[in-house]
Design a protein around this ligand. Structure first.
Ligand code: ZN
Length: 177
């Protein structure tokens, strides 16, 4: 990877770490939130063979608008329109009720850009891995199963985007509770 692409990637990682500073995952250990976007970018690059630096930066930044004070304009200014557009595509409208947001993710998945599909697929793989390996504290079996059922529907919409990652998702499904 060229020096400028490495620098661009690290700038996104550092920006995301700063924005998610103090945020925690829902697992029993309350892991630092930044572990999650880092896991997405790592999965895409090292298991999915993705080397599009815009996709990798969008993966690092994918939850900044949804879960922190970050604005669309801020991402545009720091990372350009291509990265900001991917992040926007994978950002839920938090003004909508949760069930509606989940329904829309299924509807939108099939119509998303190639880049956004990759981030979406990586997000679902990482979340399902976490649910199987270190589930959110206090999530009963039924809730874990419901999340996985929903992830299957979202992933159905993005199929064809990266066979290696899809195979990883399918393998995870063999271990579903
Ligand atoms: Zn995420």
């Amino acid at each position: 990877m060229s020096d400028s692409r490495i620098a661009a990637l690290l700038r996104a990682a550092s920006f995301a770490a700063e924005k998610h500073r103090g945020d925690r995952r829902k697992d029993a250990d309350a892991s630092p939130y930044i572990n999650h976007p880092l896991a997405l970018a790592n999965l895409l690059a090292n298991e999915g063979g993705v080397d599009d630096v815009d996709v990798l930066r969008a993966a690092l930044l994918h939850d900044t608008i949804e879960d922190t004070q970050t604005t669309d304009e801020e991402l545009r200014e720091h990372f350009g329109a291509a990265v900001a557009d991917i992040v926007l595509e994978v950002t839920d409208d938090k003004k909508l009720p949760k069930e509606e947001r989940k329904r829309l993710q299924i509807v939108h998945a099939a119509h998303a850009s190639h880049e956004a599909k990759l981030v979406k697929l990586a997000d679902k793989i990482c979340n399902v891995r976490d649910i199987l390996g270190s589930p959110p504290a206090g999530w009963p079996l039924e809730r874990r199963r419901a999340y996985i059922d929903w992830a299957v529907e979202v992933v159905a919409g993005v199929r064809g985007v990266n066979p290696a990652l899809e195979a990883i998702f399918d393998e995870l499904m063999r271990h579903r509770p």
